[in-house]
Design a protein around this ligand. Structure first.
Ligand code: NAD
Length: 423
């Protein structure tokens, strides 16, 4: 492999990888990632600087979730994170695994701990093979706020008041100082009432991240909201627009990426976006949206682009010193059905591309952060992991979701790529 010349490694000496957080998950994806580590990574690299955190249900239960807090702390420190899919246990799984609790999703702790700005979800493109979109589609889903953190109650007939007290004012000792946000009369014998907030401070960072990525990928950016009716969403749009006009507009115009938008940043109403995603199968565009809209729209995007196996999912946060914290994961789950088959001794065929895209992202980000002398080699080698998978897919030697019944098993596919990488 020619790129070895770029590194300080010799055949006897492995390249030392810079620090990275590796979060282990569960079931079939954990099994497959172990094969990939053993056969693609360990033979060529010294991974002793990586920190592993086991977020399986059992390990979270045994440690009373200390392991999740440790993983979040390590992510703050190291800032490059790879995460395998994890199981958020249901009541049934709690009983089956003998857990003390139905431990919650780790996502909230990670988004808070890493000051999450956005979850970037992009189409994975395979050269020589059409999935859904012909050109890349980029997506930013605001990582905080909205319905996910809502407070609510189910109440009867009566009056409902929402009051705001500025920082420093104590609502208990000074109740009159509250500003009335909303007052309404509830007529039904039962109503669900809800309060939530959309934080706006980090939308400026989100906008910079979004426009930088769109420019690099040469796609046209759109900001998606329902601000025409949901008036409180105006701030999300105006922050994007201000950043765009001041820092990016000219560069997008010069690149010819605003030819279809009248030379301006365009806003897309979220319900119209659901239709455009289906119509614009040529791709070549990016969307930035609120948390819940992003959740819905990226699921639609995944379906149009064949499956969640072909969409990335990266949590982007910012540390206090301004460095980007990036956590990379596949957007599919633990592939539990194949795990059952595997335990029953049956053949499986897991497509590892989404997992490997995440591993590539995390390894390249860790190399970029660390000023390591082997960055070029790490970038080259990880890119070769991707291109080897693509070539195998195009040659009809993919996993069964891609190549049909003649496709390879999970283990045979990992071995095929390992041979090329060793070559
Ligand atoms: P899943 O994505 O694991 O699987 C859905 C279906 O798609 C299955 O039939 C599976 O075989 C297939 N599939 C998914 N990825 C594939 C791949 N790479 N190659 C081939 N086929 C693939 O979702 P699920 O079955 O709903 O969930 C299983 C578990 O994963 C659940 O416990 C859930 O909580 C967890 N989950 C975790 C995450 C995460 O950690 N990010 C995300 C989603 C689901």
């Amino acid at each position: 492999y020619g790129a070895r010349a770029l590194s300080s490694a010799t055949p006897e000496k492995k390249v030392k990888l810079p620090p990275m957080v590796f979060i282990k998950g569960e079931e079939m994806t954990r099994y497959c990632m172990q094969l990939i580590l053993d056969k693609w990574i360990e033979p060529h690299f010294d991974t002793s600087s990586w920190e592993y955190y086991d977020l399986s249900c059992k390990a979270r239960d045994d440690s009373e979730d200390k392991v999740l807090h440790d993983a979040v702390e390590a992510g703050q420190r190291i800032k490059a994170i790879f995460k395998e899919p994890t199981v958020t246990p249901t009541e049934v799984q709690k009983k089956k695994m003998g857990l003390r609790k139905t431990w919650g999703s780790p996502n909230g702790a990670m988004r808070r701990g890493w000051n999450g700005i956005t979850i970037s979800r992009d189409t994975i493109m395979i050269e020589g093979m059409e999935l859904g979109y012909k050109n890349p589609v980029l997506f930013e889903r605001h990582a905080v706020g909205g319905e996910y953190g809502a407070g609510y109650a189910t109440v009867g007939k009566g009056e409902l008041r929402t009051l705001y007290y500025p920082e420093g004012v104590n609502p208990e000792s000074d109740p009159q100082a509250g500003k009335l946000v909303d007052a309404r009369h509830l007529r039904d014998s039962e109503s669900a009432v809800v309060t939530y907030d959309n934080p706006l401070d980090n939308v400026t960072d989100l906008a910079h991240h979004f426009f930088t990525r769109c420019l690099k990928a040469r796609v046209t950016p759109y900001v998606v909201t329902k601000k025409t009716v949901f008036k409180w969403q105006e701030g999300f749009w105006t922050r994007h627009k201000d950043v765009f006009d001041e820092h990016y507009k000219e560069r997008f115009q010069e690149a010819g990426l605003l030819d279809n938008t009248g030379g301006e940043l365009r806003h897309l109403i979220s319900d119209a976006a659901t239709m455009q995603l289906i119509r614009w199968t040529d791709g070549g565009f990016g969307c930035s949206s609120h948390n819940y809209d992003g959740d819905m729209l990226t699921d639609e995007l995944a379906q149009i682009h064949r499956s969640p196996g072909f969409i990335t999912s990266n949590l982007i946060g910012k540390s206090e010193d301004g460095t980007m914290i990036k956590e990379y994961e596949a957007s599919h789950g633990t592939v539990a059905d194949m795990w059952e088959d595997h335990l029953d001794g049956e053949e499986t065929s897991l497509n590892p591309l989404g997992l490997v895209e995440a591993l590539i992202g995390a390894m390249q980000h860790s190399a970029a952060l660390s000023d390591c002398e082997d960055e070029a080699f790490i970038v080259d080698y990880t890119n070769k992991m991707r291109s080897t998978i693509h070539k195998a897919f195009v040659a009809g030697k993919g996993t069964r979701d891609i190549s049909g019944d003649s496709g390879l098993t999970t283990e045979a596919f990992v071995d095929l790529v390992a041979e090329v990488l060793a070559g």
